[in-house]
Design a protein around this ligand. Structure first.
Ligand code: NDP
Length: 488
């Protein structure tokens, strides 16, 4: 069992929840009966591993790495045409071996770029939380997170904003002032770096499954389904850690990839400048809109502790490989596309896209903020200037404790059950529209986000139904729509 945590989390990382929890409160033991006829749900991993799930895992494991490679080759060798390589393969003009020869080489230089970057991010992860002292509105420092299904209260180091500022500032200084490397170093080595990131992502996933089996951080939150492929991809351990503070979920999801996102885009922009002598307004737009998303993530890093990634998902290949490979390569495709296909938008188009992106950001952020404020104050707050409407819920955690929680019925959460996804999708659409309409390639992101968030909606609601039982049914009968009020 983990060490005991003080209320400000100064000495240790995990504790059984004998403090008043953030998202659910303990009610004197299992035996307590409901007096209003509600059926409380039970919380914990709520996914049946049938043959289809196992096959899906196998598909993800084998096909998604090929997909990333395919997109990279299509962009760098086929002018971002997704169909050309397939058509050539189909017509016999290209063999799989020919295609393989077009894939990038693994180089020492790629290791020399990525390994110091990861080492530096680990170093920053441990730096004292100075930012919260300088910027009072930034909720930095040590932070109480979620309660795990087995009833453990998590605490986290929150200093992502400092990490992002320091790493981006140093990168810019080294690239433009000291000229230690070219500003295009990322795009120039992007293909080779893909191999290194794959090695890291897979190594982390293998380590995570071994750790879960032999030395889990909290065995009570470790769930093996009996299906190896499922456990490897979806994870067995809930919150793997090394020592007191090195949290796998927070670090891999929130540091090396996301910190690099803005630099990857800058590298694309500089490449465009090198190739064409100017940077297009579409590239500037993509850089700005992505930067807003990234800075927002770090500014509100404490909020991230209340998301499904931290709250429900176990740590396996999907998070390990996804954070290290999928996110940096696939989320930045618009910038890569614009390097090969510079698009100059009309003033009206650029204004429309910027407005769409900002409106999406507003909905995304205010929806997430409303839930965050509501949960952190246990409902004692104002939403859109009024006391919020609430559904009181009960559920059992895996340790058998009966707990209470609340669901918000006001603000965005009264309009739809996932309006934060709506905002996210509007932003995704804005990124894609920046690239014009000649290729499907940059639109991969919005298609992917629709699948991801649609599936996430389904998974989340399944879990919430299992967790809250009839209280959740009551909520869905009042707030009937998910993402598009009146439609879906
Ligand atoms: P949410 O932040 O919407 O969290 C869902 C959880 O919120 C539920 O499991 C439940 O948890 C709680 N909840 C649900 N309804 C209510 C309610 N009415 N009142 C209070 N609490 C409620 O989901 P995500 O973690 O999926 O998303 C967080 C953000 O991250 C979103 O904006 C999403 O768009 C974004 N995102 C972006 C991705 C990307 O790749 N760009 C990927 C995934 C997400 P509980 O058990 O606490 O009750």
């Amino acid at each position: 069992m983990s060490k005991r945590t003080t209320s400000n989390g100064t000495n240790c990382t995990l504790s059984r929840t004998d403090v008043r929890p953030q998202n659910g409160s303990k009610v004197n033991g299992v035996k307590e009966e409901e007096d209003d006829g509600r059926t409380p749900g039970k919380w914990g991993r709520a996914w049946e591993v049938d043959l289809l799930s196992a096959l899906t895992m196998f598909f993800l494991l084998t096909m998604t790495p090929c997909m990333v490679l395919y997109f990279f080759v299509a962009c760098s060798q086929y002018e971002c045409s997704l169909s050309s390589p397939l058509v050539q393969l189909y017509n016999g003009q290209l063999t799989l071996m020919d295609f393989w020869k077009k894939t990038p080489d693994l180089t020492i230089k790629a290791f020399k770029i990525i390994i110091p970057w990861y080492a530096f991010q680990i170093f920053l992860y441990y730096l004292p939380d100075v930012c919260s002292k300088i910027l009072p509105s930034y909720r930095g420092g040590r932070c109480r997170g979620t309660i795990t299904p087995s009833g453990i209260q998590m605490y986290y180091h929150i200093n992502g904003l400092q990490a992002w500022i320091i790493s981006n500032a140093l990168w810019l200084a080294n690239a433009f002032y000291f000229k230690w490397f070219s500003p295009t170093i990322i795009i120039d080595n992007w293909g080779s770096m893909l191999w290194v990131a794959n090695i890291i992502g897979n190594a982390v996933a293998i380590f995570a499954i071994i750790k879960a089996r032999f030395f889990p951080t909290s065995s009570a939150d470790c769930v093996f389904s009996g299906n190896f492929a499922y456990d490897f991809v979806m994870g067995a351990e809930f919150n793997p850690r090394i020592g007191d503070w090195f949290d796998f979920k927070l670090f891999f999801n929130g540091r090396p990839g996301i910190c690099a996102w803005t630099l990857i885009n800058l590298s694309y922009a500089w490449k465009q400048y090198e190739l064409y002598g100017h940077v297009t307004n579409s590239m500037i737009l993509v850089n700005i809109l992505h930067a807003i998303y990234v800075v927002d993530f770090f500014w509100n890093e404490a909020w991230y502790l209340n998301t499904i990634d931290i709250h429900h998902d176990h740590f396996g290949w999907m998070l390990a490989w996804g954070d290290n490979v999928w996110l940096p390569w696939m989320y930045t495709l618009q910038g890569l596309y614009l390097v090969y296909h510079p698009v100059e938008l009309s003033y009206i188009a650029a204004t429309f896209i910027l407005s769409l992106g900002l409106a999406g950001y507003y909905i995304f952020r205010s929806t997430n903020c409303q839930k965050d404020r509501f949960r952190n104050s246990s409902g004692d707050c104002k939403i859109w200037g009024r006391r919020p409407k609430i559904i009181e819920c009960t559920y059992y955690s895996a340790d058998g404790e009966k707990r209470r929680s609340k669901l918000l019925l006001s603000g965005w959460w009264g309009m739809g059950r996932h309006m934060n996804y709506t905002g996210d999708l509007m932003q995704a659409l804005a990124y894609c529209l920046s690239c014009g309409f000649t290729h499907i390639f940059p639109y991969f992101y919005i298609i992917y986000m629709m699948i991801l968030l649609g599936n996430r909606c389904y998974r989340d609601e399944h879990r919430c139904r299992m967790k809250y039982g009839s209280d959740w049914t009551k909520y869905t009968s009042i707030v009937r729509y998910r993402i598009l009020p009146g439609i879906f």
